[in-house]
Design a protein around this ligand. Structure first.
Ligand code: CP3
Length: 361
């Protein structure tokens, strides 16, 4: 399937390949920079689009998803685009209802229980995500090769958390109760999610994603023991199987893992099979830079999203300091978590331009 798609769809050749090169450990003229959640509510043009369409309408309509994806690229000199979608499209494809409530966030009105788990519609789940593949293909053409396009997925544990809690949570205690009281059911669910995530990432790659990121945004609720048992094996399996399945194609698509708050397993991130390790804003770039020096991975991060509130000169100073502390070798500059809805559009421009002001030798 992968090869046949390539034959049918000669996408425009990539012009700015900085981010892909750095992900693979190659040299570039400047550091690549992009922003997690760069297509979102801090952009007035996105707010306007949202007045006309619901969140999932935008996700499910390739033309609209493409439009939202391109919005930040029209304003800023970003080195990558990320497809407009959400991590919760997987629970949706498994048959769960997901609502995006303004001011609340995602709500799953019928959360997963041990009893209703067998109702999950695993069969055909990935084919119900075809619209994400179509959005990616549409966007690849619209990008005209300007910058690479990210695909993404939630990680098994993070999706499990939302499915059991029925939305976000301050503690993830219901989902963690599964881990402590129902280890077999937990593993069964994590296995299902691992399988769907793997196929979903492959679908995105087949349809034109040039790099893919796995978001384990709820890693911070676990500890080393739980993360070893319920996350690392699944994350490793996803990377291994995605790499294995694309090995025979000419697509050497880099994989990124971003596990928010997984400081207790930082060293383990290097050996999971991902090319890039996302670093969240709570970690010290100097310590992380030293820890990963001469390791075979690229780092990505990690400015505090709230640093965008600082005065312009201060923001530039903090950005420079962070880069100096990480070291410019194998670094993709980003925030250390998604950008907030009240971020200042001008600050984003300051941040991006500050990164590109640095000429690498
Ligand atoms: O990065 C991008 O610009 C691409 C699109 C993208 C969205 N969500 C769009 C979105 C991506 C990559 C995501 C990932 C995502 N979604 C994560 C992982 C990243 C992270 O921040 O940890 C998580 C945990 C979710 C789940 C989710 N979706 C939450 C918690 C919320 C509500 C809070 C919030 O930040 O908005 C969403 C809604 C959402 N996803 C919006 C957008 C643009 C806003 C919804 C709206 O327009 O009403």
């Amino acid at each position: 399937l992968i090869n046949s798609l390539i034959m049918q769809q000669p996408f425009p050749p990539l012009k700015n390949d900085r981010l892909i090169r750095v992900a693979k450990g190659l040299k570039t003229d400047k550091l690549p920079v992009w922003i997690m959640r760069q297509a979102g509510r801090y952009l007035p043009e996105f707010q306007e689009l949202r007045r006309e369409y619901s969140f999932f309408e935008i996700c499910q309509t390739p033309k609209l998803a493409c439009e939202a994806t391109l919005m930040p690229l029209k304003r800023f000199n970003l080195d990558a685009a990320i497809i407009f979608s959400d991590i919760l499209v997987i629970p949706q494809a498994l048959g769960m209802t997901v609502e995006m409530q303004p001011g609340v966030g995602p709500v799953l009105p019928k959360p997963l229980t041990i009893e209703n788990m067998k109702m999950l519609q695993v069969q055909g789940a990935v084919s119900r995500l075809q619209y994400v593949g179509d959005a990616i293909t549409t966007t690849r053409y619209a990008l005209k090769g300007e910058v690479p396009l990210f695909g993404f997925s939630g990680a098994p544990w993070t999706l499990m958390g939302y499915m059991i809690e029925g939305g976000g949570s301050k503690t993830m205690s219901k989902a963690k109760k599964w881990l402590y009281c129902h280890p077999e059911a937990s593993k069964q669910l994590l296995d299902i999610l691992t399988e769907v995530i793997t196929e979903f990432l492959l679908l995105q790659i087949e349809h034109g994603a040039q790099i893919v990121q796995v978001f384990d945004s709820s890693a911070e609720y676990l500890n080393r023991q739980l993360y070893f048992k319920y996350c690392l094996p699944y994350l490793r399996k996803i990377a291994y199987n995605v790499k294995r399945r694309i090995r025979d194609t000419k697509m050497d698509v880099p994989l990124v893992i971003f596990a928010k708050g997984a400081h207790f397993c930082l060293e383990e991130m290097e050996s999971l099979g991902y090319d890039v390790v996302g670093i969240d804003w709570t970690l010290d770039p100097e310590k992380v830079g030293n820890l990963f020096r001469d390791k075979n991975v690229t780092l990505q991060g990690n400015l505090d999203p709230c640093a965008l509130y600082a005065p312009k000169e201060e923001l530039i100073k903090m950005t420079m300091q962070m880069i100096k502390q990480f070291g410019t070798d194998r670094l993709i500059v980003n925030l250390g978590h998604g950008i907030y809805p009240d971020a200042d559009v001008e600050a984003v421009k300051t941040f991006v331009d500050a990164v590109h002001a640095i000429e690498l030798k």
